[in-house]
Design a protein around this ligand. Structure first.
Ligand code: ATP
Length: 375
């Protein structure tokens, strides 16, 4: 088991024309499960590959269990990586695939290797596949073997690069639970890369969100969700995405008024309003999550026209005419007709507000983040 520490990690390609990873610093604690998430091309795979030793950083350092491994060859790092495309040897049986890593990385004799493979295969429920070749296996079975091959080595660190992307939705959900269970049971420090925010939200102890090579925010999923540092982070976690609309910020004496043209004026009061007033901005982006929008009877709410009603089973997504794409996620019993005018509202405590220029949150709670980090 080990701590993984990245210090100011940077990776350039094409003589510096592409900066894939830009000054990333992150500590993954011993036994912790961190998911690195972000849109395609944000640098998450490159970060993982540098930890594995498959890419050499342009600058910065990587320590595993305190030892600087920046210049250590991949083979001599005690990490095991699981890839999206399984990367199994096609001509070897499952047993040989699983034993191969052991042969390379330990001095176990053949009997010991056999025993270890049998033990792991039983734990993974793949003991009846040991004599099969990869071509005889389903996608789910291949991924299970790839996982087994990583686990059998008992590495210090597991690295997962989108391991479930090639599986169908149902299998993906069950493999998620399985990976979490195994990780918890084995207590091995794990870094899991995915572009799927739902996977990241449900799997990790902690999220690390990247964009354009830069680490945007780290924290427990529930904290990042409730307390995003920026409009990008707020929009990236949660589904459907957070609604964002342009507002002007007006001093209202005992608070501020957030006004979206003629569409609505929303009063923010108390300590949060003071913080917005102190920021001294005239324009901002108001963010509100679809599940925090409530349909109300009274005309004190914000009046808006329903454009589309999208049923998703347990809920309905109401697409509303509030300027940009704006969705209210409501119970399936609430079914207005397209074209109907309804009234919606939201709690002040659910309101997010972002600087129009920088995208930084004006209501970010640094104290909450510090407290969460020390729990
Ligand atoms: P994806 O989910 O699509 O794999 P990612 O977040 O993992 O995306 P990376 O694969 O790390 O992103 O790529 C980050 C950036 O670096 C991208 O712009 C990519 O095109 C570029 N890049 C990655 N590898 C190389 C390479 N070997 N040569 C040149 N550019 C590269």
């Amino acid at each position: 088991m080990a701590t993984v520490t990245l210090d100011n990690l940077r990776k350039e390609f094409d003589s510096g024309q592409i900066v894939a990873v830009d000054d990333v610093s992150l500590t993954v604690e011993d036994g912790e499960f961190v998911t690195v998430v972000g849109p395609s091309g944000c640098g998450k795979s490159t970060t993982l590959r540098m930890i594995a030793g498959l890419e050499q950083p342009t600058s910065g350092s990587i320590r595993i269990d305190g030892e600087d491994v920046t210049d250590v060859h991949a083979r001599h790092r005690d990490v095991a990586m699981v890839f999206q495309n399984y990367a199994l040897y096609p001509h070897k049986t499952v047993r040989q695939n699983m034993a191969f890593g052991l042969r390379m990385s330990t001095d176990m004799d053949e009997d010991e290797r056999h025993e270890k493979v049998d033990e792991t295969a039983t734990m993974m429920g793949i003991d009846d596949l040991l004599d099969d070749k990869p071509s005889e296996l389903s996608g789910g079975q291949k991924q299970r073997v790839a996982l087994g091959r990583a686990i059998v080595r008992e590495p210090d660190v597991f690295l997962f690069d989108e391991p479930l992307s090639n599986l169908d939705a149902k299998l993906r959900t069950s493999m998620r639970t399985e990976i979490q269970r195994l990780q918890e049971e084995l207590g091995i420090t794990s870094i899991y890369v995915t572009h799927d925010q739902e996977e990241a939200m449900t799997m990790g102890d902690r999220l690390a969100i990247m964009n354009d090579g830069v680490l945007q925010q780290t924290g427990r999923p529930s904290d990042v969700y409730a307390n995003p540092r920026s409009e990008f982070v707020g929009g990236f976690v949660g589904s459907p995405s957070m609604n964002n609309v342009d507002v002007t910020v007006e001093d209202a004496g005992d608070g501020v008024t957030l006004r979206n043209g003629d569409r609505f004026a929303y009063s923010l009061t108390g300590e949060r309003a003071d913080r917005v007033a102190d920021a001294g901005v005239q324009r901002a982006r108001l963010g509100i999550r679809p599940e925090n929008v409530a349909v109300v009877d009274d005309r004190d709410g914000i009046g808006t026209t329903v454009e589309v009603v999208e049923p998703v089973g347990s809920d309905n997504y109401l697409h509303l005419d509030l300027g940009e794409e704006f969705i209210a996620r409501v119970a399936s019993g609430i079914e207005p007709e397209p074209g109907e005018v309804i009234y919606v509202t939201f709690d002040e405590s659910d309101v997010h507000l972002f600087d129009s220029e920088s995208g930084e949150s004006l209501l970010f709670d640094g104290e909450r983040e510090r407290t969460a980090a020390t729990v």
